[in-house]
Structures are given as structure tokens and as C-alpha cells.
Design a protein. Sequence first.
Length: 162
Amino acid sequence: MTMMPTHSSSALAPNWRIADMAAHLNITTRAIRFYEDKGLITPKRSGGHRIFSAIDRKRLEKILSAKRIGFSLEDIKQFLDVTDGHVTGREDLLCRKADFEAVIVRLRRKRRDIDTIAKDMQDLCAAIDNYMETAPTEGVFQFAEAYAEKFRATLDEDFLHA
């Protein structure tokens, strides 16, 4: 019987079991099974176990990246159907291509928005750091405590003890 490498044995292990893959990707084995049920992944099987290759790992990483930026599983499946060669008809390919081009435009706009907001937040963090270095420490906390006290005073007595 061939031993399957565990997650801890190597980040480049040629074959992983489901628990190892889940641990590596920081997701649950249930999520992996769900992606398999949806037809997004098709790991090999050996002795009743799912066996994941480096290609399966990369595919799961792409699926998870797409999920993090807001794609639905159906959106992801549409993309994978083309890359896997399941969509070959001219009209279908042209329709998917038009959809993908529209998505690319939205993603580029989203990237610009994210970059802008991240820059603004970075500037704000720097301003807070600067303020914290120059402002009296107790002044910030006194202001927060005074605000909380004023806020409590305006609440209905019943609300406070509910």
C-alpha cells in the first residue's frame, strides 16, 4: 500500500488527501466536498479516499480566490467549463467571451477602487499614528469616556436594563 504524504511533509507533495488539502487551504473538508458536488473539482480516488494533485490544489486556490472577490460558484463554473474544454461551440464561446470581457472591465474598476480606498485608509492610519505620537494619551480616552457617559444618559432607563 502506498502512503499518501501528509500536509506537514511537504508543501509540494505530489498527492494529498482531503484533510491535508483542507488544512493547506484553510477551509473545511465539507467545503471541498461541496465544490466536488458542484462539479468544480474532480479529484482522483484511491481506496475510497480522494487524492488531490498539485493541479487540483491550484484549481482549488483559483476557485477560492474567485470566491473571495465575489464570484458565485455558477460564475466560476462558467469559466472552468471553457478552460476545461466543455464549451466548444462558436456561438457559446463568443457569448462567454463577451461575458468575460465585461467581467474584466468590472474587475479592473474594482481594483482601482480597492487601491484608492486602501491608500485612503493607509493615509488615515498614518494620521492616527501621528496624532497618537503628539496628542496627550489621556485626552483621547477621556473624550471616549465622556461620550459614552453622555450617550448612556440619553438612553431610556428601560433600554439600559433590558
